[in-house]
Design a protein. Sequence first.
Length: 405
Amino acid sequence: MWLSDLKLVLPDGIIERGALRIEDGYIAEIIEGSAPEPALRAPALTALPGLIDIHGDMLEREITPRPKANIPIDLALHELDKRLVATGVTTAYAAVSFAWHKQDSIRSEERAREIMLTVNRMQPELLADHRVHARFEITNPDAGKVLEELLLAGHVHLISVMDHTPGQGQYRDIEAYVKFAVEWGKRTGEDHNEEQVWKRIEVAQQRPKGWDVVADVAKVALAHGVALASHDDDTVEKVQFVHNLGVSISEFPVSWEAAQEAKRLGMHIAMGAPNALRGGSLSGNLNAAAAVEAGVVDTLATDYYPAAMLHAAYSFAERGVMPLYESIKLVSQNPADALGLHDRGRIAVGAQADIVLVEEGQRHRVRGTLRQGIPVYWDRYMATLGSVVEPQVFVPSNHFRRSVP
């Protein structure tokens, strides 16, 4: 199948009018000009590599959109999947937290296990390639055994280590944390006052931290080729410590010093696309846009808002910070490299045909998304182009091959 008359965003430049041929789910040929054979011709569209999301918090909120309003996990994932491919995301790491002992919490150990198993069970039938990003809170060291069990079973594809104890990391400013917690409680129906929040802080600060458990889990992860990330790094010392454990990704560093040290050590640095798009952190921490412009950050993640990836990447090109083919790497090639996904993340011969077709404008719009050469999102505009895509191409998504781990 040929896609023709497109603007092609390649790893090292742009072809203003070109064509690419897809064969058996991979990009087999790229040329300038029109395709030499019948093709889907889309002269108004730009072809980008499929977006790769290293950290998405959306699934937990999809499962519990309001306090005590629990939606079946499979239904929540089924619906989120459709939204992701409509924003151009073809590979998605669902962030699942092992944070609390409380059994009815969305972040309890048992709930986290259930979510992870559901993602892996449904993976063959979903539109995007969904994987599990296990968030290991070190103040819940008992979760280490569960996490190691799931890791050995092949159900975990990325592990991030985090410590959300107020007074360090994301919540270095305790007064700011108290204000945030009170406001968040009102939004979620918990309605905590300041006195209750301070009591929770005192309890949190007394919890033991399982760094020995982290070291054990890290050894197992590295032995199985699973990447390790550290979340909310705030000091040079913290970055050096986790780097010595085998961590290769500094995820959402909260200070310049931490981000720069991670860069010096050769780590990948990921931050939230909403932070970059909005031009600031909700917590008053490191500005992702400024960090990208300074050459410190190389990867953007959805965090909590899938559409932010595409629009944040375009914003850097539109402001003249970098050419489009470089800014698109923030959400495709760079996260692929960080995660060891060497079969995707770029429009190149031999790469998996994960392609996003975008109509550029004041607000860029995804018109079509292909995964392994199969259309998984196709809007009304695409239908008007007189597609030459053979009917058998539109098969159930369990046609997809299991990709490189």
